[in-house]
Design a protein around this ligand. Structure first.
Ligand SMILES: NC(=O)c1ccc[n+]([C@@H]2O[C@H](COP(=O)([O-])OP(=O)(O)OC[C@H]3O[C@@H](n4cnc5c(N)ncnc54)[C@H](OP(=O)(O)O)[C@@H]3O)[C@@H](O)[C@H]2O)c1
Length: 251
């Protein structure tokens, strides 16, 4: 069998950085996102290790295309769900369409892609959900995102209950405040909680995606199953920094 890692959200931010981290370690990756041009640029960095599939993971057809790209001999060592959106909306203005758009990529995509790829997972394989402080507390204008991340965190425990003894473990990790389009949008004036996000930047808390990728790689490869599955790993928790962090966390 040939081992491979599957990463969603691979065209940007954490997902992209994690694909490069896997490849830099000599590991194969299947990189998933919608933007074909960004995926091709990613692939060009390690053409022999990174395969790409442009697909909309919010749709069943997109998930079928992703699963179909695995070769018969491939077994998935890690499946990392980084794809998400964080559109800004007051709960009073929520529509059926805005609700479904958020849940389709933030919740349905990880749930059903995991379900579909379970038969292809390696013994000892790991699924990782990208969580958020928003799974634990909410902010004005961020409600649907928070609801999606809180549900995803519960999904981690639900999977582990049903997968007990199967050899596959599901974990969850908060990447902190990551430099990139999500934080850029949250600092815009029209966000009711923009002061909070401006504060993150002004307090020097922003973290490069490459740092997050180092954290996630350590979490996937160097923790035991029980520890991996426990709680919601927080990049800001200094208790594990000595295990993987070389240099400052932020900046
Ligand atoms: N950024 C932060 O500060 C922060 C904080 C806490 C938690 N998180 C979580 O960490 C994860 C990564 O965040 P990030 O900052 O790296 O985000 P990002 O840079 O905005 O990237 C999001 C990724 O999701 C993909 N995506 C969105 N909709 C998709 C769809 N329908 N089908 C396939 N792919 C789709 C995008 O690719 P395409 O547009 O090409 O499809 C992109 O690659 C997310 O789960 C986020 O919720 C982020």
């Amino acid at each position: 069998m040939a081992q491979i890692n599957v990463v969603t959200g691979a065209s940007s931010g954490v997902g992209r950085a994690l694909c490069l981290q896997f490849a830099a370690k000599g590991e194969r990756v299947l990189a998933l996102a919608r933007r074909a041009d960004e995926l091709e640029t990613l692939k060009a960095a390690f053409p022999h290790l990174i395969a790409v599939v442009p697909c909309d993971l919010a749709s069943p057809a997109g998930r079928v295309a992703a699963a179909a790209a695995l070769r018969e001999e491939d077994e998935v060592r890690a499946l990392v769900h980084s794809a998400a959106i964080a559109s800004l909306e007051d709960m009073r203005e929520m529509t059926s369409a805005s609700y479904h758009a958020m849940m389709a990529i933030n919740l349905e995509a990880p749930l059903f892609l995991t379900r579909d790829l379970l038969p292809r997972m390696a013994k000892g394989g790991r699924v990782l959900h990208l969580s958020s402080g928003s799974a634990h507390r909410t902010l004005a204008g961020n409600g649907l995102y928070c609801i999606s991340k809180a549900a995803l965190l519960m999904a981690k425990d639900a999977w582990n209950a049903d997968l007990a003894g199967s050899g596959v473990t599901v974990g969850s990790a908060m990447p902190g405040v990551v430099i990139g389009p999500m934080q850029d949008a949250a600092r815009e004036n029209d966000h009711p909680s923009s002061a909070v996000f401006l504060g993150f930047r002004d307090d020097g808390r922003l973290i490069r995606p490459e740092r997050v990728a180092e954290f996630l790689y350590w979490l996937l490869r160097s923790t035991g199953d029980e520890a991996f599955a426990a709680g919601d790993w927080n990049i800001f928790d200094e208790a594990h920094h000595a295990e993987w962090l070389d240099g400052p966390l932020s900046g």
